[in-house]
Design a protein around this ligand. Structure first.
Ligand SMILES: [Zn+2]
Length: 151
């Protein structure tokens, strides 16, 4: 391990790009309280034991290049030396298979595709089903919030 690597870790309070990526990825896979855990650790995406030490991660990956983020080459596999690279968003998108159906299997036609501000697609049929299933609860919660604020 080189001296510069150690220094980039030791700078008090200063978080390098690599450190942020490392911490975020580790949390997604290992911290049940992480909001993304259900999509990572919860579905078996692992985080290399060796990489629990940031120094090892930095040794394998190097500092994060400008404009790039930590990408898993095979989306079904975990975070490890062999399955990770620094990639631009464009590279990451190219690597993903285009989805033709939503999670419940509705085909993404023009009519049912709802493109969100984030660029992600969502299915209008599912949105409607979700809304209908949660309508009562949402209304109840609204009333409850209102009541709580009033008393
Ligand atoms: Zn759907």
């Amino acid at each position: 391990m080189s001296k510069t690597h150690l220094q980039s870790v030791a700078n008090d309070g200063k978080r390098t790009g690599a450190y942020c990526s490392w911490l975020a990825a580790k949390r997604r896979c290992t911290d049940k309280k992480s909001k993304d855990y259900s999509r990572y650790g919860g579905v078996g995406i692992t985080f290399s034991k060796e990489w629990f030490k940031f120094e090892n991660f930095l040794r394998d990956m190097g500092e994060r290049p400008e404009g790039k983020s930590l990408d898993r080459i095979n989306g079904k596999k975990g975070y490890s030396k062999n399955n990770c690279r620094w990639a631009t968003r464009k590279q990451q998108r190219l690597n993903q298979k285009p989805t033709t159906h939503c999670r419940r299997g509705h085909k993404f036609t023009k009519k049912i595709t709802h493109v969100k501000n984030s660029g992600k697609r969502s299915c209008r049929i599912c949105e409607k089903i979700w809304y209908n299933n949660n309508k009562e609860r949402l209304l109840r919660k609204k009333r409850q919030d209102y009541a709580n604020n009033t008393y």
